[in-house]
Write a protein that binds this ligand. Structure first.
Ligand code: NAD
Length: 719
């Protein structure tokens, strides 16, 4: 492959970036651009140079795979390439279509002139990876669009159409309508005009940043950014870099930008965010499936059950433009479900998040039904009825009777055995779990549960469907709680044990929220409804005796304190408000239980709270990995980052533990096991964890230890 095409036409050298699909600025591409530039500069016939990409991208920016090796810094390093373009003695024009992002935008800013299609997508997404633009972006952009617009783009990481900057010095022409040909014509016309006018090269570095009250503006911006950046370093560091564009000289500003970029590059926060980025991409790849695995066509879907989950799932499909049949057992339940859907869409319209006509269109895609015969027209059915195996059995028997051959049958169960559910049909190969999270139309995570007999094409179809409906899919094997909820059990257990030992719900919540979690375990439980886990526990008590630490939780529920929806739970709530207020009633229950257990309360350090909660997740995560329930450690991180509010700046539980050092994690677990009030089994390190710790390795070094088949035999399904 030639990374840059080169041809000269009528005095114009065309450098065509050719690193599909998105012209990521790999070392080879950078080298080819500079070679092309040198060649054009040396060619006496060339009077102007045009840099152009393909329809999908001018360039999407750095090839971040190169971040971990030396190639990212290999010459020509991107900043040097941008400087070389700018220093060229002949006019250089960037012709921009598709994505023009990050390093790609910096490349364009290094050029002397820019023309763009109106719908080209412009962004500096670096902050999302804990970085700032590092090849002059923070210095050149404010010189073209002003301090405020530049800062907005750099700090938000948002993608905007080129049309937004029409009329600003960022673009010499913004072309409405027309594709690649119109863009090339515009670049050609501009080159001809420059030649005719004998126009000199025009360097962004020679412009000054204009702002009447820069000092005051920057102060104001700092307050705003601090408020929204939630402890992340990159947005404020971006402000610092942009502020430097007002200082002594362009080169001074570049120096500031370089220093900040280098510091951020090695920061734990950026490493974690980059891990999360790769982890999400990796999650979509499934062992045993490839590009050649056939897929089934999904054009129409049915959802059975119009409750909390069914309604959300139906909206998810309607939002993606896929027609849905919503099937219920009773008219009354159907009406209630439809009313909830209407309310959600009306709410979005009222908040101006959705246009009224779009709400109508989406609502129109949801077809209510009380008749299983309607299922015969669909390609996929998702069951979201009560969490009761007998009810599910009845539903799957009906689905087996009515669904057409080749239709995929999915269950949204959280705790039941998907293999048993599949066995209710005569086509278990077409059955799998699609475990959505509440609210299903909002939460990004989807656990795709691969059952014993799920066929590869069914799994492959589910994975690509997830992408179509905007979900991040992670494959899980069959076990109790799959990946996310299974890990939540030992986490919740530690939270409750710490109450017995001396902590309050608020102290536990505040400690883990300071670590970065969106919500601590007690606030979270009050939001989800304490009755949900209580019902599951009670079902368990039939087989296992009540565990000691459950007593406090059960007593809270016995008082009807189910959380926000009942006005009280672990906290109390003022009518219409969501502030969690500590409640003496709960403190009393905790004090009584401590007394009954003869546990003298102690002050538990916040660091212990955090480590016990997080390492409980990690140890169960390690078991999930060794059993092959999860394919890779990073999949577990994706589950916790996208579904459970784990702080992105820490990269997920497994990445976090590897960063801390698995040896250190195991030593800390031993310390916890020595606590006289510990449940001794909880801190027994998973075999995989112990093995990796002893070898001084990380979780990313581990591949799922067993095949999914073996894993299921070990899984402790409770179905
Ligand atoms: P829900 O009680 O809100 O809704 C269940 C709905 O199913 C009700 O509207 C009911 O009328 C309907 N239904 C019952 N039997 C039916 C039948 N035979 N045919 C058609 N409809 C029938 O429950 P939910 O919270 O939406 O949970 C549904 C499923 O999703 C459960 O399996 C649950 O474990 C799972 N789930 C729930 C959550 C959550 O946070 N609520 C999250 C993930 C998964």
């Amino acid at each position: 492959m030639k990374e840059v095409g080169y041809k000269v036409e009528a005095g114009v050298a065309w450098l065509v970036l050719n690193n599909p699909p998105l012209n990521a600025l790999s070392h080879a591409l950078r080298k080819a651009v500079i070679d092309g530039l040198d060649r054009a500069v040396a060619d006496a016939k060339v009077q102007a140079i045009v840099l152009v990409g393909n329809e999908r991208a001018f360039s999407s920016g750095a090839d971040i795979k190169e971040f971990s090796g030396g190639a990212f810094y290999a010459e020509p390093f991107l900043p040097a390439l941008c400087d070389a373009l700018e220093a060229a003695p002949k006019p250089v024009i960037a012709a921009i279509s598709g994505a023009c992002m990050g390093g790609g935008l910096e490349l364009a800013l290094g050029c002397h002139y820019r023309v763009a299609l109106a719908d080209a997508r412009i962004a500096f997404p670096e902050v999302k990876l804990g970085l700032i633009p590092g090849a002059g972006g923070t210095q050149r952009l404010p010189r073209l669009v002003g301090l405020e617009s530049a800062l907005n783009l750099i700090v938000s990481g948002a993608t905007v159409p080129a049309a937004m900057f029409k009329g600003s010095p960022l673009f010499d022409a913004v072309i409405d309508g027309g594709g690649a040909n119109a863009l090339r014509d515009a670049a050609r016309d501009l080159a001809a005009k420059l030649r005719k006018e004998n126009a000199p090269v025009r360097r962004v570095r020679d412009r000054a940043v204009q702002h009447p009250q820069a000092e005051a503006f920057l102060q104001f911006a700092k307050t705003g950014i601090t408020a929204v950046s939630r402890g992340m370093a990159a947005p404020l560091r971006a402000l610092e870099a942009v502020a430097a564009s007002l200082e002594k000289s362009f080169d001074f500003g570049l120096g500031v930008e370089r220093k900040i970029f280098t510091e951020l590059m090695s920061s734990p926060e950026s490493q974690a965010l980059r891990h999360a980025f790769f982890a999400e991409r990796a999650a979509s790849k499934v062992a045993g499936l490839g590009d050649r695995t056939p897929q089934r066509k999904i054009e129409r879907v049915a959802v059975v059950g119009a409750g909390t989950m069914g309604g959300g799932i139906a909206m998810t499909f309607a939002n993606a433009g896929i027609p849905v049949t919503l099937l219920e057992a009773k008219q009354e339940a159907l009406d209630r479900g439809l009313a909830n859907i209407r309310k959600t869409y009306e709410g979005a319209v009222a908040k101006r998040k959705l246009k009224p006509e779009d709400a109508t269109q989406r609502g129109g895609l949801i077809q209510p039904s009380l008749d299983y015969a309607d299922v015969s027209k669909v390609d996929l059915v998702i069951e979201a009825v009560f969490e009761d195996l007998e009810v599910k059995k009845a539903v799957f028997r009906e689905l087996d009777k009515h669904a057409r051959r080749g239709a995929i049958l999915a269950t949204n169960t959280s705790t039941l055995d998907v293999d048993r559910i599949a066995a209710f049909t005569k086509r278990p190969g077409d059955v799998l779990g699609l475990h959505f999270f509440s609210p299903a139309n909002v939460m990004r995570l989807l656990e795709v549960v691969r059952a014993k007999k799920t066929r590869p094409d069914v799994l492959a179809t589910a994975m690509s469907l997830a992408r179509r409906i905007g979900k991040t899919a992670v494959v899980a094997g069959v076990c109790d709680g799959f990946i996310g909820n299974r890990m939540l059990d030992p986490y919740a257990q530690q939270a409750l044990l710490m109450l017995e030992e001396g902590a309050s719900p608020r102290q536990v919540d505040q400690a883990i929220e300071a670590f970065g979690f969106a919500m601590g375990p007690f606030r979270m439980s009050d939001l989800a409804g304490n009755d949900i886990s209580w019902h599951i526990r009670k079902r368990h008590y039939a087989e296992h005796p009540q565990m000691r630490h459950m007593r406090i939780a059960d007593r809270v529920c016995e008082l009807g304190r189910f959380g926000q929806k009942t006005g009280s739970g672990w906290y109390r709530y003022e009518p219409g408000k969501r502030d969690a207020i500590p409640d003496p009633v709960v403190e009393q229950i905790i004090a009584e239980e401590r007394k009954a257990l003869k546990i003298p309360p102690r002050r538990i350090p916040d660091a212990e709270i955090v480590d016990r909660l997080v390492y409980a997740l990690v140890n169960e995560g390690a078991r999930i990995l060794e059993e092959g329930i999860a394919q890779r450690a990073s999949d577990i991180d994706v589950v916790y980052l996208t579904g459970y509010g784990f702080p992105a700046s820490r990269g997920g539980p497994m990445f976090h533990a590897s960063q801390v050092g698995l040896g250190k994690v195991v030593r800390r677990m031993r310390e916890f096991a020595a606590n006289p009030h510990a449940e001794p089994q909880s801190w027994k390190p998973a075999r995989l964890l112990a093995r990796l710790a002893a070898a001084g390795r990380r979780f990313d070094d581990a591949v799922a230890a067993t095949t999914p088949r073996k894993a299921r035999a070990k899984g402790k399904s409770r179905g």
